[in-house]
Write a protein that binds this ligand. Structure first.
Ligand SMILES: Cc1cc2nc3c(=O)[nH]c(=O)nc-3n(C[C@H](O)[C@H](O)[C@H](O)COP(=O)(O)O)c2cc1C
Length: 206
């Protein structure tokens, strides 16, 4: 096993003005950036090119930074607020711009809610989506309930019990990310031809 840091970008799952999930994203970004085994990058769909008159894989060519990050990634952290017991459409629109490029990478799911369930209902629905994308969801989720009361004015959590939960989340995410990096580097996969074809298409059209 090489000692290269694991590259695990973060995708913030909402474009809502005034979104509380942004505080969670900044908190996770700082913690993951400081982690000796992780390199990260925050993707914000407000800053991605996701026009309302298009969907799907054609949009990866308008978002090369995201596409290239996923190609290089060992894992992904998705932060999803809960909107009417589901995940936001803006998260789905961002995820949908690439497909097989996600295959055989670990994903950690982070739920955020105003209510007391931490976004669990959104996360449960998201599991089916990430599975279709070929991401391998870890079973240790991270939840932020009553998020409006969670952070102080500096963006620090008022309840430090989150630190232990975050540690457990990262330990599992890192384990699976390492195992899958080994697998991608050493084992042939039925997706190899598809990924080669996608790479050729990328070179021609980018
Ligand atoms: C359209 C919409 C639907 C929502 N539905 C729920 C819900 O089902 N359960 C809940 O706990 N909070 C719900 N909320 C509140 C969000 O969880 C709350 O805004 C929280 O801060 C996380 O979302 P945010 O990042 O957009 O702020 C909803 C918010 C919006 C905008």
């Amino acid at each position: 096993m090489d000692n290269k840091k694991l590259f695990i970008p973060i995708l913030l799952g909402t474009v809502r003005k005034g979104r509380e999930s942004e505080k969670v994203a900044k908190f996770l970004f700082d913690k993951m950036s400081a982690h000796e085994e992780i390199e990260t990058q925050l993707f914000d769909p407000q800053k991605m090119d996701l026009p309302m008159d298009d969907e799907g894989q054609g949009l990866k060519f308008k978002n090369p930074e995201y596409r290239n990050a996923i190609i290089r990634a060992d894992g992904l952290v998705i932060i999803s607020p809960e909107y009417n017991h589901g995940y936001p459409g803006s998260l789905k629109r961002a995820l949908d711009i690439i497909s097989a490029e996600y295959v055989h990478r670990s994903v950690g799911l982070v739920g955020v809610s105003a209510g007391g369930f931490g976004g669990t209902r959104a996360i449960e629905q998201l599991v089916g989506v990430v599975r279709e994308l070929g991401l391998l969801a870890i079973s240790t989720d991270l939840y932020f309930s009553k998020v409006g009361k969670m952070f102080d004015e500096l963006g620090d959590p008022k309840d430090r019990s989150v630190d232990n939960r975050l540690d457990a989340f990262l330990v599992e995410l890192i384990w699976v990310a390492k195992a899958l990096r080994w697998g991608r580097d050493n084992l042939p996969s039925k997706y190899d031809d598809k990924l080669k074809q996608l790479q050729e298409e990328w070179e021609q059209k980018k």
